[in-house]
Design a protein around this ligand. Structure first.
Ligand code: AMP
Length: 538
């Protein structure tokens, strides 16, 4: 069975597969486009429309439309349509259903085995939520892969292997931004470091432009305030996005805004848009500088190529500012499609890679089905992709430096001690680290795993996010306070965190794989059933 690569984007999604010649190709949407807007319109309690038509419906029925849900992936966000509860995962599952339905229609093949891409900066909870969205859509998610890794795979497919090269991937999409430094060596790809901003993307540019247009309207018609009109506001955002795209190719545009019988004529030019959004672009430079500094500490002195991916990099200001500020010569690499194509290549690699290695028969079978030669299949199976932990991980503990810790530990200041630092290559093993029980006679210890939430690692609890928990129970009686406890973290190649905690004197221990907050098996089944009930169309 063919495996498909899916770029599940904040604003646009895209599907790719490997053709008979062994090349990654885009599978078009139901209406023949390369990409599908990641927008869901809940037309009725049983029907949803996904894609271009849904985006257009956002105008008529803004309350029945879900968009930009990727920004809330892994968070406890509840959406409601026709009285039915939804989560970012179930909405994403509906998008996936439409993408795979259309792909099935276009290719005549069963679409079940998929690889889905995620921003490099996604932490474990968001990755897990993405995987779950695939499961809710009844897909077999072979793996999730970081978008810049996918982009690098597709770059490598066209530029060939060879000596050691370093790439900087600058990915500015509809909703997220990340910069990743990647090392290519022969057929292998390894991520050196990654950094990004969760909520920074085209949608913020659209908002800034829309705010400006609105202020112009209100300046021209001081008696009118269209802000309470959902239709007007939605139309304004759509126009802002359209103008933004047009001004990537032309210098100036005019637009008429109509409300309450009045018309305002808005003049926009490229320089004005750049001025309105300069702070947004500046944030990407700060992050890129930080990534370059981290890479430098790992011995990366320069870049052989700087790849621009994500639709927003079509804005001429992006390449210009990278040259002006960081002296980087950046070029676009298939900005809308590279990620999906790379995901298809990764999906093929996952199919080829079997536990225990590739048998001669399997290599021949795959070669026959993909049009590759047997040696090509073998090379593919031997390729290695090494990634890093995007953010630091640790456990929450009591701050021993707080004097209250001695007298009233329960109310002492708490902090997060990171056991694994950001940008550690995977698989990673760390510890044992010694922690202590807080109170006299403690029979149970909760081990809370926290992940760095801010841009840089901080021990402050507010700057971290709780991602899971395990319990060490049945400790022997009469343990004094401050009994040592040893904690070890192991993170697999695919980012699954296993925790081991032991009380050395009694040997009592607990091992757990991180249970991400959210759906358990029963919840997953329920979500599956509720998503399966919908008729989905494009
Ligand atoms: P992606 O998530 O990579 O599909 O990024 C889509 C984002 O790129 C959206 O915010 C689009 O508005 C934006 N975009 C697409 N084409 C252009 C363009 N020509 N100029 C500026 N932005 C664009």
């Amino acid at each position: 069975m063919t495996a498909f690569g899916i770029d599940l984007g904040t604003t646009q999604s895209c599907v790719a597969m490997i053709d008979e010649a062994g090349r990654p190709v885009i599978v078009k949407s139901a209406i023949g486009e390369d990409t599908t807007p990641s927008v869901v319109y809940f037309e009725s309690p049983r029907n949803v429309v996904v894609g271009r038509a849904a985006k257009n419906s956002a105008l008529l029925d803004p309350d029945l439309v879900a968009q930009l849900v990727k920004r809330d992936m892994g968070k406890d966000v509840v959406l409601s349509f026709h009285g039915q509860r939804h989560s970012p995962e179930t909405v994403s599952a509906l998008i996936l259903r439409e993408l795979t339905r259309a792909a099935r229609e276009q290719t005549g093949q069963d679409v079940r085995d998929v690889v889905i891409t995620v921003p490099a900066y996604f932490g474990v909870a968001e990755r897990e939520a993405t995987r779950r969205a695939g499961q809710i859509a009844e897909l077999n998610v072979l793996d999730v892969v970081a978008e810049p890794v996918a982009a690098a795979l597709s770059y490598q497919a066209v530029s060939g292997g060879g000596s050691v090269r370093h790439l900087l991937v600058y990915d500015l999409g509809g909703g997220t931004f990340d910069t990743t430094v990647i090392r290519l060596e022969g057929d292998d790809i390894s991520v050196i470091c990654t950094d990004g901003v969760h909520r920074l993307g085209g949608a913020d540019w659209d908002q800034a432009i829309a705010d400006y247009m609105l202020s112009q309207f209100m300046a021209q018609h001081p008696g009118l305030d269209p802000r309470g009109d959902a239709w007007f506001m939605q139309d304004l955002l759509i126009s802002a996005e359209q103008l933004k795209k047009e001004l990537s190719v032309t210098q100036a545009r005019r637009h008429n805004l109509r409300f309450g019988g009045a018309v305002a004529r808005i003049e926009l030019d490229r320089a004005r848009i750049e001025e309105l959004t300069a702070d947004l672009l500046e944030q990407t430079i700060t992050v890129t500088q930080r990534a370059i500094a981290t890479a430098r500490r790992s011995g990366v002195a320069g870049f052989d190529d700087v790849l621009l991916v994500g639709g927003m990099t079509r804005m001429p200001a992006v390449a210009r500012i990278l040259k002006e500020r960081l002296n980087l010569d950046a070029r676009q690499h298939d900005p809308d499609l590279a990620v999906a194509k790379g995901a298809a290549l990764f999906a093929l690699m996952q199919t080829v890679r079997r536990p225990g290695g590739l048998s001669a028969a399997a290599a021949e079978d795959l070669a026959a089905r993909t049009g590759m030669t047997v040696p090509e299949v073998e090379t593919m199976a031997a390729r290695r992709v090494t990634t890093v932990i995007p953010r630091a991980f640790g456990v929450k503990t009591i701050d021993g430096a707080d004097p209250v810790a001695l007298t009233d530990p329960v109310n002492a200041r708490q902090l997060v001690v990171h056991l694994l630092q950001a940008n550690t290559p995977l698989p990673a093993d760390t510890g044992p680290y010694t922690f202590h029980t807080a109170i006299e006679n403690q029979r149970m210890i909760g081990i809370e795993v926290w992940e760095q939430a801010g841009a840089v690692a901080s021990e402050s609890v507010e700057e971290n996010r709780r991602v899971g928990e395990g319990r060490l129970r049945d400790l022997p009686p009469r343990l004094p306070a401050r009994t040592p406890l040893e904690v070890t973290f192991f993170m697999s190649e695919t980012g699954v965190l296993s925790v081991h905690a032991v009380e050395p004197r009694s040997g009592r221990d607990v091992r757990f794989d991180l249970q991400i907050g959210g759906l358990d098996q029963a919840g997953l089944e329920k979500a599956r059933v509720s998503v399966a009930r919908y008729d989905v169309s494009g």
